[in-house]
Ligand binder design. Structure first.
Ligand code: CA
Length: 233
């Protein structure tokens, strides 16, 4: 199998070198781009497996780069930002980024995100080949055609809202979904009190999914940003 090709978009040379070294020593192939224009060009001509994208670029905003790439490709984009403000992450995620890392980050963290993205890609590829309508993630199963879900073989008793949320999360497994994205999908709008209700529904759903000791955590909370369903290894 080919080594995965990673496009590193970063104008800060020391940070870029750090990422490149980590990629080289961990059996990845890589391309680099110091600005947004080069990033778009490299992405379109080499079709990388994953893009690592700094949001603060000298020539254009990283969010603009995401929008451009998303106009023709679903390639995974992991945003890397020095800005710790949630609003930047949210804008990037709503523009189509899959995940984010906040600077400063460790090499281990970076590699973990890449592995998680690769697992998701592998799962998606298998899924689209089999054409199955059953989602499987560890002990969790969602039968989209049957409209029901199982945990460890036991049917889960979910309210229609919880089931809808579970489907949305599982269909986007591995991706961070923002509050706005989720409420738009569920209610077709995003008011402040929708986010508050979402929190309540998510809490009850999680309780049903994570009952019992030692059961894995399926739903990750990103405070101030949104939620993600984790793909079990
Ligand atoms: Ca930068």
């Amino acid at each position: 199998m080919n080594k995965p090709l990673i496009l590193v978009v970063e104008d800060d040379t020391p940070v870029r070198n750090l990422m490149v070294t980590a990629l080289k020593t961990n059996d990845y192939r890589y391309l680099v781009a110091p600005d947004g224009k080069t990033a778009v060009m490299e992405a379109s001509s080499h079709n990388p497996d994953i893009v690592l994208l700094d949001l603060g670029l000298p020539d254009m905003d990283g969010v603009e780069v995401i929008g451009t790439i998303r106009s023709w490709s679903n390639m995974p984009i992991i945003v890397i930002s020095a800005r710790s403000e949630d609003s930047d992450k949210i804008m990037a995620l709503d523009a189509g980024a899959d995940d984010y890392l906040t600077k400063p980050f460790s090499v281990e963290e970076l590699l973990a995100r890449l592995r998680a993205t690769q697992r998701r890609l592998a799962y998606m590829a298998k899924e689209s080949q089999s054409g199955s309508s059953v989602f499987v993630n560890g002990k969790l199963q969602v039968d989209y055609a049957g409209g029901c879900a199982y945990l460890d073989g036991q049917e889960l008793h979910l309210t229609p809202m919880e089931y809808k949320l579970l489907c949305l999360l599982s269909r986007n497994v591995g991706k961070v979904l923002t509050h706005t994205y989720i409420t738009q999908n569920i209610w077709g709008r995003s008011w402040d009190n929708d986010v508050a209700s979402l929190r309540v529904f998510m809490a009850t759903l999680r309780k049903k999914l994570e009952a019992g000791d030692g059961s894995p955590q399926y739903i990750q909370t990103h405070i101030g940003v949104g939620y993600r369903m984790i793909k079990a290894e």
